[in-house]
Design a protein around this ligand. Structure first.
Ligand SMILES: *Cc1c(COP(=O)(O)O)cnc(C)c1O
Length: 254
């Protein structure tokens, strides 16, 4: 196999899906660098996490061959299955979905990071799971992002996309920082539906700076999806979670 066959995800070998993914990935990478330039950002480009939920493991294998290193999933069962199948790809797995405490044990077997830490019970469950996992495997600490709720107020439960209230972030941060096996990475948020993302990401940037004042190492900001990655980059995102603009639309379930 030539180098180009290795690096194009199979596109040169006549795999049309690989060619499609290569084109979409390239377009997203271009959007990221343009947005970083437009925002005057001179730090390193944000980490691109390709959110692969609902898409088959073969697509993730194609993405790995195209140079993707970080993937995101939002359901434990699906993620665990894919991580098992793709163990040879050397990928970093990010868990980005709402997480039940009883799933913590499973998630820490494959995930390097959890972006949806939003309550003390989940911190405790992850810490306990990591204690056992580290004793068994010696794995690296789990990166924890505190998910922040950016909805205006409690109000419409239907629109709630998860996360801790901004005023609860520092207490959660202290709890994560105090736990063996957990590393406080920073904050994460999903922009509210049906509203411009800029005010929400501006609010997240404020929460992030308050967090960094207490925990200088916790400077990561996981924000930005297909529709709003430019806005997220303008407000300091360090980790982008992009699904549909790379993989296409998801099957209409879940
Ligand atoms: C699905 C998902 C994404 C990716 O969304 P797209 O709009 O497909 O880019 C990002 N973050 C979370 C938490 C998700 O569940």
């Amino acid at each position: 196999m030539t180098d180009s066959a290795l690096n194009d995800g199979g596109a040169a070998a006549g795999d049309p899906r690989a060619a499609e993914l290569a084109g979409r990935l390239e377009a997203v990478r271009r959007r990221i660098s343009s947005a970083a330039a437009a925002a005057g950002r001179t730090d390193r480009l944000p980490t691109l996490i390709v959110v692969t939920k609902f898409h088959p493991a073969e697509d993730i294998r194609r993405l790995a061959a195209l140079g993707v290193t970080d993937v995101g999933e939002n359901r434990d069962q699906e993620a665990a299955g894919k991580a098992g199948i793709l163990a040879d790809c050397g990928l970093t797995w990010h868990f980005v979905g709402q997480l039940q405490t009883k799933k913590a044990k499973s998630v820490v077997r494959y995930a390097s990071a959890v972006h949806s830490v939003d309550r003390p019970q989940l911190v405790d469950a992850l810490a306990k799971a990591m204690q056992n996992e580290r004793a068994a495997t010696g794995r690296a600490p789990l990166d924890c992002f505190i998910q922040v709720n950016l909805e205006d107020q409690a109000g419409d439960a239907g629109a709630h996309r998860g996360g801790a209230a901004p005023e609860d972030v520092l207490l959660l941060a202290d709890r994560i920082a105090a736990a063996d096996g957990l590393r406080l990475a920073g904050v994460m948020a999903v922009a509210p539906l049906g509203a411009p993302p800029e005010p929400a990401f501006a609010k997240l940037a404020v929460v992030s700076s308050q967090l960094v004042a207490q925990h200088p190492g916790a400077s990561a900001i996981s924000a930005g999806m297909s529709q709003d990655l430019e806005a997220a980059i303008a407000f300091g995102a360090t980790h982008l979670r992009i699904g549909s603009d790379i993989l296409g639309s998801r099957p209409a379930v879940g």
